[in-house]
Every structure is written in structure tokens, then in C-alpha cells.
Design a protein around this ligand. Structure first.
Ligand code: BGC
Length: 376
């Protein structure tokens, strides 16, 4: 843990010393750039769309409204670029209800049963926004806040650093929480997401990114995507999608993705489709492999790594064709899949799950990486 913190400090120092204040497109190295365009205003605060680009033509667009990743352009096996995440072209569309496309989710990603939990003997009641439960940080979670943004440059990467201070009792959560999320792009086609946070009172925290991937570039649903998840067990859920507290092996079930399977192959055996937290096999507290996704037609390949203990694999079950996104594409059921690095859902009410409590003086840290490539 200490080594990770020291490494992160080095990275932050390296970035800070190279920070550029320029507002228009800046060529920092021959290959890596950030451009910035005005996207409008929310709560009297300026909102921008930043595009990080690398030498291979990969482009990641991120807005400081909700820290949302709005598009990721990657090449297929014929060198053809396409956007591989669901999203919109304008700020106003993100302000309408949508299922957290690309969003930076907090203070607590995923569900907290009945929207309440006890911490140090005191009960906290959260904003309820999903049946009788709290989902993804409440009615106005981190995905609906304007973050302060700065562009950072090093020799071999470009980054967007976002900070947001969530006040004590915002959406019912105790403690003033200062979060910093840094999106980094390099020439290895890695999108790295560093999360850091500190609190002034004990609180609970579970941050994630909620990108919906479609490696076909939106040509068809994700049912033919081949998925591997490095997890031997899951946390099963009840009818309200709240974890039961049990841990179940994936062996012999439709949840066994320890070898590649298409999403569509066994989804019929999973009521409602995949929307479950997988417990990663890597050693607790370590950075390691999470999942791999391959679209055999385009050859696009995604590898995911994280320091988190779990990943929510959500197969876009609630998408229903009522939302139209980039390039006029209608987002039908299973049009995008999420791989959300996280702690287990409803951990504040499940004492047998790894703790999500953050105390004053402690540092919350997460690194999650999405690496894009092609397989011929
Ligand atoms: C959850 C789904 C939910 C979706 C959009 C996912 O993280 O697991 O149940 O529908 O987010 O809110």
C-alpha cells in the first residue's frame, strides 16, 4: 500500500511540475495532445470537453461535468477508428436522465440497501433513487457535479486531473470528502484512472467509472463480445439487486468467465441478465488483472486491470431503445457493457465484506486501467 502511495505521489509531482495552463490545443510532445472546447455552463460553472489523443490515433473525450468519458476512439484490425463507448455529443443530453453513461460515480458506486447504514453507532439515511435503495451516490451524485479540471503533461502521457469537494452530509453521506480523479492516456493505448480521496469525518466511499463499452463501434449489441473475468466467485443478489452477503463460486455456472465466453452464450440462464459483482482472484489489495473483452469481428480487444477487489459486470440489461446517442445510434438492450472496478455492493451493511470506511488521516486510493488493442 505504502509503495503504491509513494508511486502515486511521484506521478502527481511529475505531472504538477509539467502542468500547462494553455486553453487551446497544446502539442506537448510529438504524439500526445489535449484539446479543450467550451461545452456550456452548469450551476454558473464552466463546463469543457477535453480530448486526450495519442500517437496511434486513439482519442478519449472527457468532460468536467460528472467527470464523464463521452467517447473513446480506437482502431480496429483494419486501422479504422470508431467510438467504443456509449454517450452523447452535447452537455444538455447528459443533463437529462441517462443510466450513468461514462460517468464518474460516487460517493458510493452501486447499491446500498434501503439507502441506510450505520457508522460508529450512528445511522445515516441516504437519498433514495432506485426503488427503496440508494444507487450510485444518490439523486445528485458525483456524476452530476462540475469538477475543477487541469491538464497535465509528462514526456510519455497526457492527463486530465479533476477535483471535487463533496460537503458533509451531501446526499446523506457524512464527512467533507475531497476527491481527485486523474485520467491519463499514453501511447500504449492505456487509459489509466487514478482515484484519491480524503475525508474530515469517518465516511464510506466506493468510486468507479461507468463507461458502457461496445467494441463493435456501436454496429451491433455486445452479445457476441467474448469476455474473460479473472474471478472465481460472485456476490449474489436478491430481487432488488441487493447483495445477500453470501459469496458463491462461479464453477459450473453461467458466471464462470475464467475462460472466454460470449455474453450471449449463457445470458438466458441469468435472470435479468448479468448485473453482478465478481470477486477478483488476485490477492487482496494488489493491482492486477480484472477482465478482457474481445470483439472477434473488428478485432478490438480491451484489457482491464485494477487495485479494487471487485468488478460489477453489467450487460446493459435496462437499455431499451429509448435513448439515442452518438452518430444517431439507438441504444437497444445489451448495446453496451460496463466493467466497474469497485468494492462489493452494499458493503456498509455487510460486515463480512472488505471495509469501505474511510477515516480522517487515511488516503483512499484506486488505480484502474483500460488498455485497448487489436487481435488479428
Ligand atoms: C448497475 C445496474 C444499473 C446501471 C445503471 C449499474 O452499475 O449495476 O443495475 O441499472 O448501473 O444505473
Amino acid at each position: 500500500m505504502n509503495r503504491i502511495i509513494i508511486l502515486l505521489c511521484c506521478i502527481t509531482v511529475a505531472f504538477s511540475s509539467c502542468t500547462s495552463k494553455k486553453q487551446e490545443e497544446v502539442k506537448q510532445t510529438d504524439s500526445l495532445t489535449i484539446s479543450k472546447t467550451n461545452w456550456g455552463k452548469v450551476d454558473q460553472k464552466d463546463v469543457f470537453l477535453y480530448t486526450l489523443a495519442n500517437a496511434n490515433g486513439m482519442k478519449v473525450s472527457i468532460t468536467n461535468y460528472g467527470g464523464i468519458v463521452t467517447s473513446i476512439l480506437t482502431k480496429d484490425k483494419n486501422d479504422s477508428l470508431a467510438n467504443v463507448v456509449l454517450g452523447f455529443d452535447s452537455l444538455s443530453l447528459y443533463q437529462k436522465p441517462n443510466p450513468y453513461f461514462g460517468a464518474l460515480v460516487g460517493r458510493y458506486a452501486n447499491r446500498i440497501g434501503k439507502g441506510k447504514f450505520k457508522l460508529e453507532g450512528k445511522e445515516y439515511k441516504l437519498a433514495i433513487n432506485n426503488g427503496e435503495n440508494a444507487l450510485h451516490g444518490g439523486l445528485a451524485g458525483f456524476d452530476k457535479r462540475v469538477w475543477d479540471a487541469s491538464e497535465l503533461y509528462t514526456k510519455d502521457s497526457v492527463a486530465l486531473q479533476l477535483t471535487y469537494t463533496s460537503v458533509d452530509m451531501e446526499e446523506g453521506y457524512p464527512g467533507t470528502l475531497k476527491s481527485t480523479v486523474t485520467y491519463v492516456l499514453n501511447d500504449a493505448n492505456e487509459l489509466k484512472i487514478y482515484y484519491n480521496a480524503e475525508t474530515d469525518k469517518p465516511t464510506v466511499i466506493n468510486l468507479t467509472n461507468h463507461s458502457y463499452f461496445n467494441l463493435t463501434g456501436g454496429k451491433e449489441s455486445n452479445l457476441n463480445h467474448q469476455v474473460t473475468i479473472f474471478a472465481d466467485s460472485i456476490t449474489p443478489v436478491d430481487a432488488g439487486l441487493i447483495t445477500t452477503g453470501k459469496i458463491e463460486t462461479v464453477k459450473g455456472t453461467a458466471f464462470d468467465f475464467t475462460t472466454p465466453h460470449t455474453i450471449g452464450e449463457r445470458i438466458g440462464n441469468v435472470e435479468g441478465g448479468y448485473d453482478h459483482n465478481f470477486i477478483l482472484s488476485k490477492a487482496k489489495g494488489t493491482y492486477g488483472p480484472v477482465a478482457e473483452v474481445l470483439d472477434t469481428t473488428s478485432g478490438r480487444f480491451l484489457q482491464m486491470f485494477s487495485t479494487e477487489p471487485g468488478v460489477q459486470f453489467y450487460s446493459g440489461n435496462f437499455l431499451d431503445g429509448t435513448i439515442t446517442g452518438h452518430n444517431g445510434i439507438v441504444y437497444q438492450k445489451h448495446w453496451g457493457m460496463c466493467l466497474e472496478a469497485q468494492h462489493y455492493p452494499d458493503s456498509p451493511n455487510k460486515p463480512n465484506f472488505p471495509t469501505v470506511v474511510l477515516n480522517p488521516g487515511e488516503k483512499y486510493y484506486q488505480l484502474t486501467v483500460y488498455k485497448f488493442g487489436v487481435k488479428q
